[in-house]
Write a protein that binds this ligand. Structure first.
Ligand code: ADP
Ligand code: ASP
Ligand code: MG
Length: 418
């Protein structure tokens, strides 16, 4: 029997009526002759509420209990979806992560898949069941405890099941009708893309476009899963949504395909760091040990204060998520107190945002960075930090200019035009 994976995000299962709407879409695929694995998120807002309850109860919470609490939202929607399908006369069963079992690492709150044995679900399909409804976002650690995969993780559950079961396609139903040139909630001129290359989607996701969890795109790319993003609020046709696919399936490719942004960025600068071999390793080693996710890094040229002083000094700037600033400060203070490096001052700026342009066309085009910087200059937006890779350019700017910058870049690279 051909098999499909259909994933419904939070807004697509937000209440009983939405669950019924989603169930009808599953029914349509069953009637077309598919066995279906349905992956569900928690009802929209539920995971945030659960996370809030954990944080109010315990500031430095035990991550195992965090997972026990926040994974529960998906259990409710999985059961309700199975019941709704049964009411429609479709043989369906719900599955929590441990029942499959979805084996993961024990990194609570950010677990990764280890294996998804097919036997239990295959046996149910063999018995005549048509749909397996699986709770997204969760798994089982080697210690036998519930894990979660990080926010947005149900996308990754969906792709992992599509890979494990050799699904014909993995459909991600959400509240927008596909992947856009940028978040349609920020730019009214954003245009829906019919296709986007895995590499581009991977960059967009990791640079802030939350329409797909980054890890889900990585898995789809590795296991060649046909991945489609579409709206649960519309009737689907064969050409609905956006197909995330191999580069060579895309005929024409623009220099820039999309723009991503991330609001919750902070910038820290260590001033007058005594420069010597090993200083970067000492600073970023301390931050890594403290679990800080450093993103962009800039080191200034080394200078001597006065000729009599043999020591050279440099400034070191890096960006990180806003909610890790306190942790980073603590790590830097402790490491410098232990004599691992010497600096004069630490300056923190928590009002920055990162804006990135992404496109595989950049590989073969020069001058993209210059066009980007000119567009920002024309809007009087000051660039604080720049990083580039083969297919993306990111800048850190004042947060209040983020929307303006996204719009200006969208216009400059003519993304509203097909
Ligand atoms: P779900 O609950 O279905 O998983 P998410 O809220 O996680 O949905 O992801 C969908 C949202 O992603 C959209 O509502 C949109 O605001 C946002 N988004 C960000 N960037 C993009 C983009 N480039 N294309 C489409 N949506 C985007
Ligand atoms: N419910 C989880 C979250 O809100 C997982 C998901 O929806 O993908 O992050
Ligand atoms: Mg999501």
């Amino acid at each position: 029997m051909p098999l499909l994976v259909m994933k419904f995000g939070g807004t697509s299962v937000a209440d009983l009526a939405r669950i019924e709407n989603a169930a009808r879409k599953v029914q349509a695929e069953v009637e077309r002759g598919y066995d279906v694995i349905v992956i569900v998120s928690a009802m929209s807002g539920k995971t945030n509420e659960l996370v809030g309850w954990v944080e109010q109860t315990s500031k430095l919470y035990d991550a195992r209990e965090y997972d026990a609490v926040v994974s529960s939202g998906e259990n409710v929607t999985a059961g309700l979806m199975a019941l709704r399908l049964q009411e429609m006369g479709i043989p369906a069963r719900s599955w929590q992560g441990w029942q499959v079992p979805i084996n993961t690492t024990s990194a609570h709150g950010a677990a990764r898949f280890v294996s998804i044995p097919r036997d239990n679900i295959d046996a149910k399909f063999a018995e005549g069941f048509k749909v397996a409804v699986v709770a997204g976002f969760q798994g089982l650690s080697p210690e036998g405890r519930i894990t979660t995969l990080g926010r947005g993780g149900s996308d990754t559950t969906a792709v992992a099941f599509a890979a494990a079961f050799g699904a014909e396609r993995c459909d991600i139903y959400t509240d927008v009708d596909g992947v856009y040139t940028t978040d349609p909630r920020v730019s009214p001129r954003a245009r829906k893309l019919d296709k986007i290359a895995f590499e581009e989607m991977l960059e967009l996701a990791s640079l802030g476009a939350k329409v797909l969890q980054t890890r889900s795109v990585e898995l789809a790319m590795r296991y060649k899963v046909r991945l489609r993003v579409l709206s649960s609020f519309e009737e689907a046709t064969d050409t609905s949504g956006t197909l995330v696919c191999d580069e060579d399936e895309i005929m024409e490719s623009k220099v820039v395909s999309g723009i991503a942004f991330s609001r919750d960025e902070a910038k820290m600068t260590l001033l007058k760091v005594e420069d010597r071999p090993g200083v970067a390793a000492a600073i970023f080693g301390a931050l890594a040990d403290a679990g800080v996710n450093v993103d962009m890094i800039v080191q200034n040229i080394s200078e001597r204060d006065d000729p009599a002083d043999k020591r050279a000094y440099t400034d070191m700037t890096f960006s990180l998520p806003t909610n890790q600033v306190d942790r980073a400060k603590k790590a830097i203070d402790e490491a410098s107190a232990a004599g691992k490096f010497v600096f004069a001052d630490l300056v923190t700026d928590t009002d920055v945002a990162k804006v990135s342009v992404v496109g595989i066309g950049m590989r073969s085009q020069v001058g993209v960075a210059a066009r980007m910087f000119a567009a920002l200059a024309a809007e009087n937006v000051n660039i604080k930090v720049i990083t580039t890779s083969e297919i993306k350019i990111s800048v850190l700017i004042d947060r209040k200019y983020m929307e303006l910058a996204v719009q200006a870049l969208h216009d400059t690279f003519e993304l509203e035009k097909a």
